[in-house]
Design a binder for this molecule. Structure first.
Ligand code: NAP
Length: 305
């Protein structure tokens, strides 16, 4: 089967699509033929070796957590799934950017009717992370919450989940994303110099919570805006969070099939839009990361093996 591999830390050119043996499912595992698998900025950091201290790679390394596809084989003692089932889920073995992937049965849910493959395959990391960030700052009616990176993979879902809780949501984003945010009831504000004043104006001077998906000074901005540390959450700037006592809930805090399944149901019912910026064939994995690494993706980029 074809799978993405890299044999050393490095830039995009270390990524290859190679012929590798098809894996076999062990006890409690199924083999999924992948129809769609999202890509993440975190995979870029791992591939560059920038996360070696905490998440080292072993070579050759595969890639990919998100996945959606069809069950084609079962290991012993699998519960709840059969060959032919359409599923979405995740793996922590860096393996989903491939034609086939072995997945623990507890990390899968059935694909709800009507959920597009590319959406199902893009939901796990961004969805569970967005869910965790919103849980962390607990926005409700009467609250104003600011989200940085509001139109990105995580941010585009976090703004909608915060709106569902009845909060006023201010989304920091480039101008080309403002119409999309407005259509979802989010107040768009341009980032960059003077952003603090623009947020004060948009919020009437009262910001209750801050979800940072970008890093680079937004935790300090939240403090400057008067947000209490326990209502600031960052998924990027752990140092700043440690300094001020902000929260760092992310994927790991909500990594389970139950949260994924709930988000999938919302998306299938049209109550949560998962924007897919572009899909690429597996063979074009380098092009997919070239686009992602420009840092201005609206929603998700997805590989289609
Ligand atoms: N801790 C965790 O569990 C966890 C989980 C997932 C992701 N992450 C991290 O969270 C970050 C976001 O991930 P993602 O998948 O949402 O990324 P993404 O889809 O690449 O989105 C990045 C967004 O950043 C925005 N942006 C660019 N410059 C900005 C600026 N100066 N101020 C505010 N926003 C700016 C872009 O918006 P415009 O297009 O509007 O410019 C774009 O929408 C990444 O660093 C990722 O590694 C952490």
């Amino acid at each position: 089967m074809k799978a993405v591999r890299f044999h050393a830390y490095g830039e995009i050119d270390v990524l290859r699509v190679e012929d590798v043996p098809r894996p076999s499912p062990g006890p409690g595992q199924v083999l999924v033929e992948v129809r769609a698998a999202g890509i993440q900025p975190g995979e870029v950091m791992i591939r560059r070796g920038a996360r070696h201290g905490r998440w080292p790679a072993t070579f050759p390394s595969g890639q990919g957590s998100d996945l959606a596809g069809v069950v084609v084989d079962l290991g012993p003692e699998v519960r709840g799934f059969a060959v032919g089932d359409e599923v979405l889920g995740y793996t922590h073995r860096r393996a989903s950017h491939a034609e086939f992937v072995v997945v623990d049965d507890v990390n899968l849910v059935s694909r709800p009717q009507g959920l597009a493959w590319e959406v199902a395959g893009a939901l796990y990391v961004a969805g569970t992370t967005a869910y965790a960030t919103v849980f962390a700052v607990d926005p409700g009616p009467g609250d104003t919450v600011v989200v940085s990176g509001a139109a990105g993979g995580v941010g585009s879902l976090a703004v909608q989940l915060a709106r569902r809780r009845g909060a006023t949501v201010i989304g920091l984003a480039g101008e080309r994303n403002h119409a999309w945010l407005k259509e979802r009831g989010v107040v768009p504000v341009v980032y960059g110099e003077g952003v603090a004043d623009r947020v004060r104006e948009a919020s009437g001077g009262q910001v209750d919570a801050f979800i940072d998906t970008f890093g680079d000074g937004y935790v300090d901005l939240a403090v400057e805006l008067g947000v209490r540390p326990e209502r600031i959450n960052t998924i990027r700037d752990w140092q700043a969070a440690a300094k001020v006592g902000a929260r760092t809930y992310g994927e790991g805090s909500a990594a389970c099939a139950v949260v994924l399944g709930e988000l999938a149901r919302l998306a299938a019912r049209g109550e949560l839009e998962v924007p897919v910026a572009r899909t690429y064939p597996l063979e074009q994995v380098r092009d997919a990361y070239r686009e992602l690494e420009q840092g201005h993706t609206h929603g998700k980029i997805v590989l289609r093996p």
